[in-house]
Design a protein around this ligand. Structure first.
Ligand code: IMP
Length: 428
């Protein structure tokens, strides 16, 4: 059976966790392939809400195996907290979670360095989870992989080497000896916790794919935060786009048979950086309040904007999206009229493509098309025909303008609040 990639096609927080949880009911494996505990995937079912950061969103379905791929950066302490929380709520994790031996490990000094950079005057509004500095070490070839973390002698040598390399910065915050102490304070117990979860995940996935199991590959963040295709430098340090799934999970591209893009019915962004359709004022405040638009990881209020087809087209292209899930259609109810950006003006000229230059992205002024709004409470609707006509028309218009089917429409956080249109559908 094939693998399907689920990607965010905006600036993250689109609702990927819900889509993965929804599709996971027909899957055997869910694999996280990049990012770390900067992510916040909210899953709601049976009146329970879980905000997940590292553990893949398949963990709530008992028959699903979950993999943290080599492309992820793993903070062992954060992982332990999350596993303990899940187990305290009766969710079995042991035996169902597999962590790649090749994934890189976030250590306390990465978190210090992330904070330092943010406060240096060159910050981009990161989650301060140490993500960027950990990926820096990875590409600088000085990183600590899970396999290294499990070998105390290797670990010690690498930590001492890295503390020396980063001493100049770290000593601005605290003495090196103190940082070292923090790294080793819980090392023995964290190592003991982590060990049983670790393994050769590409082999595991190869066996699964050969046995025709269904594999879902779950991105964190979104295409516009991709280090290559996002609004650089206001991006994360990995490749959330679908192409990143193979490198971050250790499977070949021929295994992937579909890419599900996840978008909200409007747009949000957290952190700094260009956001052409951003709005402020009453409509923004209304959508933030109704949509509970606060970061699941940091609690920061999310910036709000209209749906942006220029941005979405660029994202659909670089991800090769075969179907879209449109989230939070219910939140957009009672907003009249609805605006959607169909082009930009940059330097006074009309453009159809998302600008690549920093100046162009900051300059981009949206050209809007207006759509009739819809009223009422959509959260109890379970069929497409049951939606107000203007809401149906909005989805159909986006499908047409984006030339991409939208087989999933979400009208609430709960697993049940999902409308399946059964079209262009996900699993063959
Ligand atoms: P970092 O990934 O913590 O280095 O943050 C880099 C940028 O990505 C910042 O603008 C963050 O706000 C943003 N970011 C990281 N993770 C998420 C996420 O899960 N949702 C939305 N934005 C995110």
């Amino acid at each position: 059976m094939p693998a399907i990639v689920v990607v965010g096609v905006q600036w993250g927080d689109e609702g990927k966790g819900k889509v993965v949880d929804y599709l996971a009911s027909k899957s055997d494996f869910v694999v996280r392939y990049q990012g770390g505990n900067n992510a916040g995937h909210t899953i709601v079912f049976d009146n329970k809400t879980f905000a997940m950061h590292l553990v893949p969103s398949g963990v709530f379905l008992p028959g699903v195996q979950n993999v943290i791929g080599n492309g992820v950066v793993v903070d062992p302490k954060a992982l332990r907290s999350e596993v303990e929380l899940l187990e305290s709520k009766g969710i079995r994790v042991r035996g169902r979670l597999h962590v790649s031996l090749s994934a890189h490990v976030i250590l306390p000094y990465h978190i210090i360095l992330d904070g330092l950079r943010e406060e240096s005057g060159h910050g981009i509004g990161t989650t301060r989870r140490g993500i960027g500095p950990c990926y820096e070490d990875k590409v600088a070839r000085v990183g600590v992989r899970v396999a290294d973390y499990l070998e105390p002698e290797t670990f010690k040598v690498l930590v001492d080497q890295n503390l020396r390399l980063r001493a100049c910065d770290l000593e601005k915050v605290k003495p090196l000896a103190q940082v070292r102490e923090e790294v080793f304070a819980e090392y023995a117990s964290l190592r003991k916790f982590l060990k049983p979860f670790c393994g050769d995940t590409p082999s595991l996935l190869e066996t699964a794919l050969r046995a025709r199991k269904r594999v879902l590959l779950e991105s964190a963040q979104g295409a516009m935060l991709d280090v290559d295709f996002g609004t650089y430098p206001f991006v994360t340090s990995s490749n959330p786009i679908a192409g990143g799934a193979c490198a971050g999970a250790g499977i070949g591209p021929m295994a992937v048979s579909g890419v599900v893009g996840v978008t909200k019915a409007y747009t949000t962004r957290v952190g700094l950086g260009p956001f052409p359709t951003e709005i402020e004022g009453r409509t923004a405040a209304y959508l933030r309040q109704v949509g509970k638009e606060y970061g699941a990881t940091t609690g920061r209020p999310r910036r709000i904007g209209w749906l942006d087809l220029v941005q979405l087209r660029a994202a659909l292209r670089v991800n090769g999206v075969s179907a879209l899930a449109m989230m939070k259609l219910d939140t957009l109810a009672n907003v009249h009229p609805i605006k959607v950006a169909t082009a930009y003006k940059v330097g006074g000229k009309r453009v159809a493509e998302f600008p690549i230059s920093r100046a162009g992205q900051l300059d981009a002024e949206p050209v809007y098309e207006t759509f009739p709004g819809f009223s009422g409470d959509l959260t109890g609707v379970r069929t497409f025909a049951g939606l107000p006509k203007a809401a149906q028309d909005y989805v159909l218009a986006m499908e047409e303008l984006l030339k991409t089917p939208i087989p999933i429409v979400s009208v609430g956080q709960d697993r049940e609040q999902t409308i399946s249109r059964g079209k262009g559908i996900i699993w063959p």
